[in-house]
Design a protein around this ligand. Sequence first.
Ligand SMILES: Cc1cc2nc3c(=O)[nH]c(=O)nc-3n(C[C@H](O)[C@H](O)[C@H](O)COP(=O)(O)OP(=O)(O)OC[C@H]3O[C@@H](n4cnc5c(N)ncnc54)[C@H](O)[C@@H]3O)c2cc1C
Length: 491
Amino acid sequence: MRIAIIGGGASGALTALHLARGLPVGSAEIIVIEPAEEIGRGLAYSTDDPGHLLNVRAANMSAFADQPDHLFQWLQTKGPCAARPTPLCFIPRSMYGAYIADIARELTAAGGMRHVRERCVDLVETGNSVVLALESGGIVVADIAILAIGNDGRPVLNGIPAVGPWAGDALKNLSADLPVLLVGTGLTMVDMALSLDRQGHRGKITALSPRGLLSQVHRNVKPIVVPANDVPFGAELSKLSSWVRQFCANVVNEGGDWRSAIDALRPHTQRLWRSTSLAQRQRFVRHARAYWDVHRHRLAPEVQTQLSSLRAAGRLEIIAGRSVDAEQRKDAITIRIVRRGQNEIETCNFARLVDCTGPIHDPRQSTNPLIRSLLARGAARPDPLSIGLDIDQEYSLIDASSRRSNRVRAIGPLTRAAFWECIAYPTSVSSVATLPILSPGLHLPAPGTSERPQQALQSAGKRASVKQSGAGNGTNPWRLRSDHSSPRQRY
Ligand SMILES: Cc1cc2nc3c(=O)[nH]c(=O)nc-3n(C[C@H](O)[C@H](O)[C@H](O)COP(=O)(O)OP(=O)(O)OC[C@H]3O[C@@H](n4cnc5c(N)ncnc54)[C@H](O)[C@@H]3O)c2cc1C
């Protein structure tokens, strides 16, 4: 069986790892299609700014659910010499990227995974296979495809001349004394404010979001357990919110910390999400999500200290409000802002606007060619909340006619509508580890016995220049060539 994982960020790398560990030896060939040189970093862990820390402690970020100290051990033996890790520390995200990349390298060297350094631009399911079209014009044929394409990080501030935060040049060529507007006050804003500080920026930094909420800070708190029987599964959002507030208050009244209460809900979040109606989920996303996020996804204490000192020095201002319009002038961007609860319009000038509103969630706004192709052909559809793709509880893609795919699965941020807590560790690790890759209904006939890959792509309205390769297993003429050292190779 050939399994093609599309996307080699942390989710793709860990999926490859756990499949290689979980499936019988020799039963599967695992291919990861990822344009980046290294597998494992993805968008989240590609930053090279050492001030960008994980928002989860090292003890909770092991790649192996059954070896919780694996990351800590790696840090001690292979981490940079300067690092003095403790299980409770928050390491730089670049270091975490190095950890996952190291695991991926070892897996590749052991023959457990193959890296195809390409971008996948389309995917067609035939009767007995999945045909993947690559940007270079080549194809890969697999029995199962797993979409692990992660976060879509393009700017979404339509009409506003903002730069994206992850391109690497967001803060380049910026005079140190000029004012900067960060649109959004979440974790991406925090990254950008810290990077500006690190590069010696002295100009005022303003951060703007409708509620002006900032993430709370982590504390070293005592874990508590809340039994499932106490959780009001299926309750209306207003009742659920009251219950969560009361639960936190009770913990605080007994001398504890509200963070313990929020953390105690983690094992129940997916079930809570599933037990609510679509209307309740919509209400949650619209009204409660921002509050949940700032309590659930917290800052490392050292990050919060830095932010506080920027604010205390008047170098960072957080504004709750919205922009009315923005105009690019010769040497500044003029933006008009209305503060929350006020009517007066303020006109402000900034040298640069950075879109820190986070990754795109609505797949219809995606610039990823694969998502665009799948949606255009009706092979996938947005979930009813438009925050990801529609998938079922076994991670199978659901198409525009409500048919469940037998061969195409999705993991990671794309699945947020089905599971909600799928975007952060350790949840994603455990969901990957339990990925029901071989569901009972899946039959895998011998490859290459019905529609040919090229025909499949063509009949799906796509053209792919197929280069047949003689290498491979001899039974399937469309197999991937085994030499994958050159990034220019065709398949
Ligand atoms: C800036 C940022 C910081 C974060 N920090 C944390 C944190 O500290 N702790 C935490 O638990 N979570 C964090 N998260 C949440 C994060 O989403 C998950 O932890 C996890 O890293 C997601 O990994 P992923 O592989 O699913 O996605 P990504 O990291 O987005 O990786 C997706 C990969 O897919 C590839 N790809 C995309 N399209 C294609 C295609 N068509 N063909 C081939 N390859 C493709 C991309 O090149 C990329 O390498 C953060 C997220 C972001 C955006």
